[in-house]
Design a protein around this ligand. Structure first.
Ligand code: B12
Length: 224
């Protein structure tokens, strides 16, 4: 099988000229070449967005350009997730599967990483309830109780939204749910400071979507 690097370069190139159709065509070409969709997510889309993040930090790209770039990546992720779901036959939810609640921290509207995490958890045979962006502590905990989910996964890319995880921990404590429900966090801000997860009261973190599946599995099996 060929190398994915040319696809990553072509995808980034299409992002930089804000070419939605061209970006999707590169993803389709990678699928046609036989690369697994989950590898394309991790080796083409994610690194291209990391590169965009570096450009943003260096002020080589404006926020409005990042916004358009994210729309293109979002469409690419949707495409890949659809292919994944159709191949693994998981469009029909398995009611007996263990439920996992996922959402972005309150005030956080970054969604791409959360969508990838949801897709990997589904591939890992979890029943994923994605609450979407900017989810309050109350909604996280209420959904967890309603779905009898043993794990809450929170995505946060900003320092101040990572801090909102403390509210979820406080609510779990207040409702005496800490023994039953585990709290997993992730996102760029937790990857930069590897101890931040403890400071906000989470039980665990992981740097990427495959890691999220491993951590959730181990917590459900009783690890910490
Ligand atoms: C795209 C983007 C946007 C888009 C988001 C569009 C969308 N629909 O998602 C837009 C333009 C809207 C945006 C807005 C803002 N952004 Co922005 N954004 C980014 C950018 C460039 C890429 C993020 C991304 O999608 N990455 C790709 C995905 C796949 O990676 P990921 O999210 O990290 O997810 C992976 C892992 O982290 C992990 N993971 C993710 N979630 C979880 C959850 C769990 C439980 C686990 C275990 C793992 C896990 O798995 C994922 C897949 O493997 C980052 C730069 C960066 N390096 O992160 C800045 C960045 C995050 N943004 C930043 C900022 C400051 C903002 C704004 C405040 C505006 C501004 N002044 O720039 C607003 C805030 C909006 C808000 N309130 O949410 C800063 C944050 C700095 C900080 N640490 O506080 C960054 C780092 C840019 C920078 N270098 O300054 N942004």
């Amino acid at each position: 099988m060929q190398d994915l690097i040319p696809y990553r370069e072509q995808f980034l190139d299409r992002l930089l000229v804000q070419d939605l159709q061209g970006g999707i065509a590169v993803i389709d070409a990678a699928i046609q070449a036989g690369f697994p969709p989950k590898t394309i997510l991790l080796k083409v889309v994610s690194p291209a967005m990391d590169h965009i993040g570096t450009m943003q930090a260096n002020r080589e790209i404006t926020l409005s350009e990042v916004f358009v770039v994210a729309r293109i990546s979002d469409a690419a992720i949707d495409r890949l997730v659809r292919v994944l779901d159709s191949r693994s036959g998981q469009t029909l939810e398995d009611a007996t599967a263990q439920a996992v609640i996922v959402g972005s921290a309150e005030g956080d509207y970054h969604s791409l990483g959360r969508k990838i995490v949801c897709s990997f958890l589904r591939m890992g045979r979890f029943r994923v309830i994605d609450l979407g962006a900017s989810v309050s502590a109350q909604r996280f905990v209420d959904a967890t109780m309603a779905e009898q989910a043993p794990v809450i996964c929170v995505s946060a890319l900003l320092l101040h939204t990572a801090e909102r995880v403390k509210e979820i921990r406080a609510l779990l404590h207040e409702r005496s749910l800490e023994d039953q429900i585990k709290l997993v966090v992730g996102g760029a801000v937790f990857n930069i400071d590897r101890e931040l997860y403890r400071l906000v009261g989470a039980d665990a973190t992981a740097v990427n979507a495959p890691g999220a599946v491993t951590v959730v599995r181990s917590l459900i099996r009783g690890g910490s």
